[in-house]
Design a binder for this molecule. Structure first.
Ligand SMILES: Nc1nc2c(ncn2[C@@H]2O[C@H](COP(=O)(O)OP(=O)(O)OP(=O)(O)O)[C@@H](O)[C@H]2O)c(=O)[nH]1
Ligand SMILES: [Mg+2]
Length: 428
């Protein structure tokens, strides 16, 4: 198939959720962007017509205002059908059930089983969905893939999916959004294996992998968002809000510039292809405005966040390769603008940072999302490799992977590849 990315770049996206965590995060993202574009997520209709570059994410089906529905360009893939069935039920008017591809049972927390399954059984169904989506103009020219690295499906199915996506559009940018296994919120002992294999595949295929630790997000939910006993649903909402913020410039025209393609946003955040990892945080603008009555403009918010609130974001130690600040309002995004260098020169301590997109008149309902790509993210990979090594030294659970077709040499090679990444981060 021709690579549509090479001939046209109208910026339309296909959003995939893989595995339980990935599907749930992707569904939260759709609920959030529906609201941004004034599409009712419960019906798929838009009373007053959708706003912004909705056509970059949704297809319009039906004619006449009564029949018109806005259908997400999505793909949900999981070995286990249960999460998919729940999402199909919950969002039955919004998400097309034909865009869900599932196996018969969970991979059992096993990258190798899931990777084999995608190649053996699921790839033709995935290709059917992609064929349909690529036939609808405009064809997707960028992908976002949500995944839980610790899960067998989130790692193994996604590794297979990246290869399929590349076969449709080899040069289209890919953003992966993933949760890393955390020591406190973890569901399986094999998460370090799955994550090393899953991260290796992501870093080999994507332009940027935006990674999060669930325990840090749980903490953020209770401290800055004042949510009592935060659940996974709250965490998925925060991740969805961050991805919505980062894709704001893709989905809405700016005041001084038209909407940007995804590739440009990812380039800002991963200015060097060897370091395609970032993490982020999001907090309410209200808390800043309440304490600082003199803040009036986006530029002042930028300076304030860089000076006082940078410690809210993990991984701001070490050398910062890029720092993006994105603002979004829950009540819709009235118009983005890029704060230029002149407004940000007060912060000489930050060597590089990506474009800042905030609405010109900050609303108290806005949130601020900070995304950072820095040398200290390498430590997250290093911790993961250490946890992998503790298992592999004893060959603990090795037979799970060997029995599913991986070889010891292959496993050690994938571990080495992630080790090379750690070394590169150390050398920054
Ligand atoms: N942020 C977030 N994390 C989740 C969610 N659901 C599960 N997790 C975490 O994600 C990791 C992967 O778990 P799952 O998503 O259940 O695994 P899976 O991808 O379905 O893979 P298998 O079931 O092993 O085939 C684990 O560390 C879970 O704690 C979710 O909705 N949001
Ligand atoms: Mg699962």
């Amino acid at each position: 198939m021709a690579d549509p990315h090479s001939s046209t770049d109208d910026g339309s996206l296909l959003i995939a959720g893989v595995g339980q965590a990935g599907c749930q995060m992707a569904a939260a993202f759709w609920a959030r962007v529906c609201r941004d574009h004034q599409i009712d997520p419960d019906t798929g209709h838009s009373e007053s017509g959708p706003t912004g570059r909705w056509d970059r994410l949704f297809s319009l089906v039906g004619t006449g205002s009564r029949d018109e529905r806005y259908v997400p360009r999505c793909l949900f893939v999981d070995s286990d059908p249960r999460t998919a069935d729940e999402l199909k039920r919950k969002w039955r008017e919004l998400l097309n059930p034909a865009n869900f591809v599932t196996g018969e049972e969970s991979s059992g927390n096993n990258f190798a089983v899931a990777f084999r399954e995608v190649n053996d059984r699921l790839s033709s169904d995935i290709r059917d969905v992609l064929d349909r989506e690529f036939r609808k103009p405009p064809a997707p020219t960028g992908f976002i893939v949500f995944q839980g690295f610790g899960g067998g499906s989130g790692s193994g199915l996604a590794a297979g999916l990246f290869e399929i996506l590349k076969s449709y559009a080899p040069s289209a940018p890919i953003l992966s959004v993933g949760v890393l296994p955390s020591s406190t919120v973890s569901t399986s002992v094999t998460e370090p294996y799955n994550s090393v294999f899953g991260i290796e595949a992501a870093l080999r295929n994507v332009d940027l992998s935006l990674v999060f630790h669930n325990d840090l997000l749980l903490n953020l939910a209770s401290t800055h968002w004042e949510i009592e006993n935060p659940s996974m649903e709250h965490i998925d909402g925060l991740i969805a809000d961050m991805v919505a913020s980062i894709t704001g410039p893709v989905r809405f025209d700016g005041q001084e510039q038209p909407a940007t393609p995804l590739g440009a946003v990812l380039n800002d955040l991963a200015p060097h292809p060897d370091f395609p990892l970032a993490t982020g945080t999001i907090f309410p603008l209200q808390s800043i405005l309440r304490k600082n009555a003199s803040i009036r403009t986006s530029g002042q918010i930028l300076n304030h966040v860089l000076e006082k609130n940078l410690d809210l974001c993990p991984c701001t130690e070490g050398t910062i390769l890029s720092l993006g600040l994105y603002g979004a309002s829950r009540a819709g995004i009235p118009g983005y603008r890029t704060v230029n260098d002149a407004e940000s020169t007060e912060n000489e301590g930050i060597p590089h940072f990506a474009q800042l997109h905030l609405s010109a008149e900050p609303s108290p309902h806005s949130s601020i999302c900070v995304v950072v790509n820095s040398s200290s993210i390498g430590q997250w990979l290093e911790e993961l490799c250490d946890r992998f090594d503790q298992l592999w030294e004893r060959k603990a659970f090795a037979n799970w992977y060997l029995d599913a077709g991986m070889t010891e040499a292959e496993i050690e090679n994938l571990r080495r590849e992630v080790g090379f990444r750690v070394d590169r981060y150390r050398d920054i």
